[in-house]
Design a protein around this ligand. Structure first.
Ligand code: HEM
Length: 494
C-alpha cells in the first residue's frame, strides 16, 4: 500500500505547460490554505521543527531522500535535532512526525472523530472514495468483518492446499526451463493470481490476464501527478480502474444470482460473502462500496506481498547463513512429510516454519513494505506537552521505531532470532509492519502463508544469484529492488 505519491512528472511533454498552469493555480489556492494552517506555528506549544519554504515546505528534500532510500536518515536527523515529536511541512500541509512507540500508540488509538486517513488524491481516485482505509464507524467495521471472514484462520486452513497448488503451478509455469528471470515481475503475476483465484474465484486464464493488464495500468496512476488529461498516466489509470470496476460489478451481479439460486454459498469467495451485506438498519450498502472494497483488497494484497518476497529472494541470494537456515528448516519439513497422503502443505507444516518466518519478520523490521502513511487531525489535539492544530497531518511510520535501541538492541544488525523463542516480546507499538489500531492489516495471516509457501518451493527447487550485484532499493515510493531483481537460476537435483 503506497505511503504517498508525488514522484513522477506528467508523461506527455505537450501537457507540461498546461500542467504548470494548473500547478500554479493549485499552489496559489493551497498557499492560502497553508497560510491559515501554518499560522498556528506562532503558537509556542506546537512541536519544534522547521516548516521549510513557503508552501513547498520540505517536500522536495523529503522526496529526494525517499528516492535514495534515505528516509530513515532524513527523519533521524530531525529527531536528533528537535526530539521525538517534530514538525515539518509536506505536500502543502504542516506535518508532525512522532518517532516513538508512544507516539504510534497515540496516533493509532485516536478515534474517527479526531483523526482520519489523509492519502494523496491519486490513491483516493484509484482505490475509490469508499476504500477501506477511508471508511470509518459502522460501515468500516462491517466491511472489515466481511473481509476477515475470508482472511481469518478458519478459512485460511481451508484454502492452504489450494494456495499451495497455485504457487507450485505458477512457479513451474514461470521458471521451467529458464536460466534467468526478473523476480519482481514473476512475483507480481504470482501474487495477482493467488488473490484473484482464491479470494475472488476468478479462474486463472485470459480473464485474469486482462485484469492484470488493467491492474498494472491502474497502479501506475497511484504514483503520478493527478492530472486527469488525455494521454496522461493518470487518465489511463482511471480508465483501467473503470474497466476493473465494471468487471467487479458484473461479478457481483452474477454471484448475487448464484447465491439466490443456491448454486454458490456465502462462504465460497469474498465476492459472494459481500453480496448480501446490510448496514445496521438492514439497508443495502450499495455496489459502489462493495466494488471499492474489493478493489482495495486487490491492491492491498499486491505490492506489499511482492515487496516482501522480492526482498527475501534478494536476501537469500546474498546471505548464506540465512539461506542455509531456511533450507535446513524446509528440508526437515519435507522429510517429515514423507509417506503423508496429503499432497499439499498443511496448516501444521506452516507452523513449523518458525525460522523462515522470523527471517521475514526481521526483514520487515528493517525494511517495512508499508513504511507509513498520512493521517489528518480533524480536531485540535495535544500530545507530549505539544499542541497539534486541527488540519495538520501526521505521518506515522514504522521504520524509525523498528530501530529503537531500547526495543531492538544493536538495531542495525540483521538477527532473525529476535523473533524466535518465548521472550520475543517488544513494547507495544514498537513493531508495526502491519500497522495498528482500527485499520490494522486484516491480511497479515494470508500474507504469511503466501510468503512461506513461495519460499518453501523456491528454496527446495532452486539456487539463485543476483545478476546485478548489490542492486539497491529505490522508493518510488514503494521499496523495490531498483532494477526489478533479475536473478540467475540453477535448478537443484532432487
Ligand atoms: C507483507 C504483506 C502486507 C503488509 C506489510 C501489509 C501492511 C498493511 C498496513 C501497514 C496496513 C495499514 C495501513 C494504514 O493504516 O494506513 C494495511 C491495511 C490493509 N491491508 Fe495489508 N499488508 C500486507 C498484506 C495484505 C494482504 C495479503 C491483504 C489482503 C488479502 C491485505 C489487506 C489489507 C486491507 C484490506 C487493509 C485496510 C484495512 C482497513 O482499512 O481496515 N494486506 N496493510
Amino acid at each position: 500500500m503506497p505511503a504517498h505519491a508525488l514522484t513522477s512528472l506528467v508523461d506527455q511533454p505537450v501537457y507540461l505547460a498546461l500542467a504548470l498552469i494548473i500547478l500554479t493555480s493549485t499552489l496559489i489556492f493551497t498557499r492560502l490554505k497553508f497560510k491559515s494552517l501554518s499560522q498556528y506555528s506562532q503558537n509556542p506549544l506546537v512541536p519544534p521543527g522547521s516548516l521549510g519554504l513557503p508552501f513547498i515546505g520540505e517536500t522536495i528534500d523529503f522526496l529526494r531522500a525517499q528516492k535514495l532510500d534515505k528516509t530513515h536518515e532524513w527523519i533521524s536527523e530531525r529527531a536528533t535535532k528537535y526530539g521525538s515529536i517534530f514538525k515539518t511541512s509536506l505536500l502543502g500541509c504542516p506535518t508532525v512526525f512522532m518517532v516513538s512507540a508512544t507516539g504510534n500508540r497515540f496516533v493509532f488509538h485516536l478515534n474517527d472523530n479526531s483523526i482520519v486517513s489523509n492519502h494523496p488524491k491519486t490513491i483516493g481516485t484509484i482505490m475509490g472514495k469508499h476504500n477501506t482505509l477511508e471508511l470509518s464507524g459502522n460501515l468500516h467495521k462491517l466491511m472489515r468483518r466481511a473481509m476477515l471472514s475470508f482472511l481469518g484462520p478458519e478459512m485460511l486452513r481451508k484454502y492452504i492446499g489450494e494456495m499451495d497448488l497455485l504457487v507450485i503451478q505458477q512457479l513451474s509455469l514461470e521458471l521451467e526451463g529458464k536460466e534467468t528471470v526478473k523476480a519482481v515481475m514473476l512475483l507480481k503475476r504470482l501474487a495477482f493470481r493467488v488473490t484473484c483465484t482464491l479470494l475472488f474465484a476468478i479462474p486463472p486464464g485470459s480473464e485474469q490476464d486482462l485484469l492484470l493488464e488493467d491492474f498494472t495500468l491502474a497502479l501506475r496512476g497511484v504514483v503520478t501527478l493527478p492530472f486527469n488529461l488525455p494521454m496522461t498516466t493518470f487518465r489511463r489509470a482511471i480508465r483501467a480502474r473503470e474497466r476493473i470496476c465494471n468487471r467487479l460489478s458484473d461479478l457481483i451481479r452474477k454471484r448475487r444470482k448464484e447465491v439466490k439460486e443456491g448454486r454458490v454459498s456465502l462462504k465460497d469467495d469474498m465476492i459472494s460473502s459481500f453480496v448480501n451485506l446490510r448496514d445496521e438498519n438492514g439497508e443495502d450498502i450499495g455496489d459502489d462500496v462493495l466494488i471499492d472494497n474489493l478493489f482495495t483488497v486487490m491492491i492491498a494484497s499486491h505490492d506489499t506481498v511482492v515487496i516482501l518476497l522480492s526482498l527475501l529472494l534478494r536476501l537469500i541470494a546474498r546471505n548464506h547463513v540465512v539461506r542455509n537456515g531456511i533450507m535446513e528448516e524446509q528440508e526437515a519439513i519435507l522429510k517429515e512429510r514423507e509417506g503423508v497422503e496429503d499432497d499439499n502443505l498443511t496448516w501444521n507444516d506452516l507452523h513449523k516454519m518458525k525460522y523462515t518466518w522470523s527471517v521475514a519478520q526481521e526483514l520487515m523490521r528493517l525494511n517495512p513494505p508499508v513504511p507509513g502513511s498520512f493521517k489528518k487531525f480533524v480536531k485540535d489535539t495535544s500530545f507530549g506537552g505539544f499542541d497539534i492544530p486541527k488540519g495538520w497531518q501526521v505521518f506515522w511510520l514504522a521504520s524509525v521505531t523498528h530501530t529503537e535501541k531500547n526495543s531492538f538492541p544493536d538495531p542495525e544488525r540483521f538477527d532473525p532470532s529476535r523473533f524466535m523463542g518465548p521472550s520475543k516480546s517488544f513494547p507495544p507499538f514498537s513493531y508495526i509492519p502491519f500497522g495498528a489500531g482500527p485499520h490494522v492489516c486484516p491480511g497479515n495471516e494470508f500474507a504469511r502463508i503466501e510468503v512461506l509457501l513461495v519460499l518453501h518451493h523456491m528454496i527446495l527447487n532452486y539456487r539463485w544469484s543476483e545478476m546485478i550485484p548489490d542492486e539497491p532499493i529505490t522508493r518510488d515510493p514503494m521499496p523495490y529492488p531498483a532494477k526489478g531483481l533479475p536473478i540467475k537460476l540453477h535448478r537443484l537435483e532432487k
